[in-house]
Structures are given as C-alpha cells and as structure tokens.
Design a protein around this ligand. Structure first.
Ligand SMILES: [Zn+2]
Length: 483
C-alpha cells in the first residue's frame, strides 16, 4: 500500500515520541488479575457445592450457582465468572488503550491483552495493533494498523504476530471499524490534561479507573461540566452519558425531576441513565422495581403516566414486564376508547395484561364495526337522491356494510375495505347494475367529491363504452348537480 510521504513521516514521528507510560505494568497486572475464574466442583451437601478460586487458589463452599453467572470468592472478595471444573482451558480477551499526545495530536494506542488459563496455569501476553490519531478537538485525522491486523477476503482480524511493530499502514475498510470501546489506561490522563483549560478539572482519570469499557473519545468530544460533577458524586455510570446533562443547572433538572433525597440511592446503586429514568417515574427506592422498568422506553413511561399510573402498583398488581410494554400501552388506549373508568384500579392494573389487551381489542373492533355500519347507512340516506336509472342500467349507492361484502365477493374486488372511508365521508361507493337484474353486480364505482375516480367490472376489469356513456351521463346530470 502506498503511504504518502507526509503521513509516513507523521507515523514515524509518533512512533519515536511514544513510550509506554509509568505504571503500565501495574495496570496490566490489575487487568490480568481481574480475568479469573471460579471453578464449580461437586455437590457438598443439599444445595451446597464446592468452588475453587483460580486467583487465590482456595476452595470454598457456596450454594448452587449456574455456570456463566458471577460469584464472589470469600477469600479475595472478587467476583468472577463461574465455570465447570471440567473446563480444560479458557481465554480472556481485553481491548485496552492508552490516550497519548504527540505535539498537538492525540493518539489512541490500541492493544489487545490475552489471558489464557490452561491446566491450572495462567499465561498472558499483549500486543499493540492500531492507532487512531485525532486533532486537538478530537476529530479523527487517521486510523492506522500494523502487522497484527490481518485482512482476509472474509474480514479483518486482530491476531498476534509481534508485540510491537512499527510497520504502520492506513486502515481502510468499508466493512469493519477499529474498536472504540476500551478499558483505558487511567494514570496518565490527569497530567496530560493539566494544561487543557477545559479538561484539567474533568476527573476523567477517576472515571477511567472506575468503569469498564467506554468510549473516551466520545466523552472528550461531548465534555461538559456535568461530567466533573457526576464523577465527584461517584455517579460513574451517569457520567458516561454527558449529552443528557448539557445545560442542566439544578439538581432536579439534572436528575429528571428527582429531589436530593434520592441521591444516596442513586449513588449506592451507581444507576445508569435508563435506571435513572425508570426511577424518576417510579419514585420507589428499590432496585427490584427499577430493574422492571429500566428497559421500557422513556416515551412509553411518559404515556403511562398520562393515565396517572402508579408504577409500583403496576408492578405489584399486574404481570407487567418490558416485553408487555406495547400491549399495556395499547390496552390503556383501548380502555380510553371504550370510555372505561380509568380511575378504577381493577381497570388500570389488569392481572393478566395480554389477556385483557385481547379482550378489550375485540370490544374496540366490535364498537368500531358498529359505528362503521351505522355510518354507511347514514351516508346512504344522504346520497340516495343520486340514484339514476334508464331502461337498461341503474346506479345506486351501497346501503349497508353487508352490501359492500356482497359486492366484494361477487366482483372479486376489495371494495369491502372502503367501509371505514364511506362511514367517514371520505368517498362513496355506488353499484351500477342492469335494471332488469338489480341483485347481480356489474360495475363498482368509487366517487370522491362528486367525481368518479374508479370504475371496475368483475375482477377489476375495464368498463365497456356503453357502460362509460351511462356513467358519464350520471356524473354530469346527477352528481354535479349536487354541487
Ligand atoms: Zn479468591
């Protein structure tokens, strides 16, 4: 691949300026230690099993936990993923990154850390594979990769060849991106931002130390003073959503209308933005309830609250869960259409949401059909004056819903679906038939604003010249007289 001389020089200059920062090995060791396992052995008694902590090499007994769930080791107090002790080997992959600065450019050095656990031994290695280069405002200048990124017809893979490689080339791939979520090396950030007016108090180095994967570049691009405040309050998960807090001044504005007495609960559970939104509607300091509503969209929660829903009661009295959130919204709409008493708790909080939803839907449909049927009859009375007849043909409006269904099946067309439009006065349907055989369909005519807009014989075929002549006559003499 051809690399522009100017760029080649830049990549070289970056290479020569960068070093692994102080405390890098400490950072790597922390990551390696956090990549550990708890192996589940046989049953000890009743519901108790033996477990083995790979990190501290100790056995302990604990109640039954399924594989792939997390368990806290009582010796080292770390939470690790549980695997069966029949497991022979396991590999952890971490994407880690260093944000560094070369002159006025920011460089994200991207590494992969592999930790392989095999035969009760742990080995780890890491390698650098990519660099994203940004200008002082964190706009992307270029992305480059080295020999550890391999392009094949099937895609681009990151795989180990060399720990360091200075064979940098452009990363140009229409189908894949370099990752942007990393575990960030936190210990160089404070000093790096110390001469940056905007970022020197940002505390992003604390955030990087406290959360797992996140997109630091996004945070820097969208940085606002709320981030610093949220980090100070130890609200790390909320600090990750800087856009939400732009321009918010008071506590209640920032926290979706919640008052300060909710702060300890928000801190204690390190709520993320979805959980905060759920809490703002719920106003119940209990994670069991927050978890029930956190995956329901804010728009839906807002709609529910227009019905004066008490969210805790909703959780207690019904079988509500996020998969039923659409059904429940529709259900409330049906109840409103049916003019049911929405102050009645038995109506507002149905025990079985799906069942009640289906029941009320049927009632709404029945009600709608009734009103459509009445509407067609009303319309017929109004336009029956347009009946037109000569020796051969007659044109008259559909006088009932049943007539439309009958016409539909005789003509093999979809005129029955016009029922709602007729009832609403959006169009009219007329039948043209032989005067000598008024029961038998011939032509179906659609009229809008006194004009014929469609005329079709059986199977949506064209009308004959003679039929057209009669229809024209009717349109000119009768329909347009009405205007
Ligand atoms: Zn342990």
């Amino acid at each position: 691949m051809y690399i522009k001389i100017k760029d080649r020089e830049l990549f070289k200059r970056i290479d020569e300026s960068l070093e692994l920062p102080d405390r890098w090995n400490e950072f790597i060791d922390i990551r390696i230690n956090s990549n550990s396992l708890i192996l589940k052995g046989g049953r000890e008694s009743n519901n108790n099993y033996t477990y083995f902590c790979v990190l501290c090499n100790k056995n302990f007994i604990e109640k039954n936990i399924k594989a792939n769930e997390y368990l806290k080791c009582p010796n080292c107090n770390n939470k690790f993923i549980v695997k069966s002790n029949r497991l022979k080997s396991y590999e952890f992959k971490d994407e880690i990154a260093i944000l560094d600065k070369v002159d006025d450019l920011y460089v994200v050095r991207q590494f992969r850390l592999c930790t392989v656990w095999k035969n009760n031994n742990k080995n780890s290695y890491y390698f650098e594979f990519g660099r994203s280069i940004y200008d002082s405002k964190f706009n992307l200048v270029d992305e480059i990769v080295n020999d550890n990124v391999v392009g094949t017809p099937g895609g681009t893979y990151i795989s180990f060849r060399k720990m360091y490689s200075n064979e940098w080339r452009y990363f140009r791939n229409r189908y894949t991106y370099l990752p942007n979520q990393f575990i960030w090396f936190p210990f160089n950030l404070e000093e790096m931002f110390s001469d940056n007016k905007k970022l020197k108090y940002s505390l992003l180095w604390i955030l990087a130390n406290r959360v797992g994967y996140f997109d630091l570049i996004y945070m820097l691009r969208n940085y606002n003073p709320s981030v610093e405040l949220l980090i100070k309050l130890k609200l790390y998960n909320l600090a990750l959503c800087p856009k939400t807090f732009i321009g918010k001044k008071t506590f209640e504005e920032r926290f979706k209308g919640l008052t300060k007495d909710y702060l300890p609960f928000i801190q204690e559970n390190n709520l993320d933005i979805d959980e905060l939104i759920a809490l703002s509607y719920l106003k119940t300091k209990d994670m069991k309830y927050v978890n029930l509503f956190k995956n329901v969209s804010e728009e839906k929660l807002k709609t529910y609250s227009t019905y004066n829903i008490n969210f805790k009661t909703l959780a207690d009295k019904t079988d509500f869960n996020d998969k039923l959130s659409y059904e429940y919204e529709d259900y409330l709409g049906f109840c409103k259409t049916l003019k049911l008493d929405l102050k009645d708790k038995d109506i507002l909080y149905p025990k079985n949401i799906q069942e009640e939803h289906d029941k009320r839907l049927k009632e709404v449909k029945d009600k709608e059909n009734k009103s459509i049927k009445r509407g067609i009859i009303r319309r017929y009375k109004k336009i029956s004056k347009n009946i037109f007849e000569n020796k051969k043909y007659i044109i008259f409006p559909a006088k009932s819903y049943k007539d439309l269904i009958d016409e539909s099946s005789q003509q093999n067309n979809c005129v029955r679906t016009y029922a709602k439009k007729i009832a609403n006065g959006e169009c009219d349907i007329y039948f043209m038939r032989l005067s000598s055989d008024k029961e038998h369909s011939l032509v179906t005519i659609e009229v809008k604003e006194n004009r014929v807009v469609q005329k079709r014989t059986k199977n949506n075929m064209e009308t004959t010249k003679e039929q057209n002549k009669f229809i024209k006559q009717w349109e000119g003499n009768i329909l347009n007289k009405e205007v």
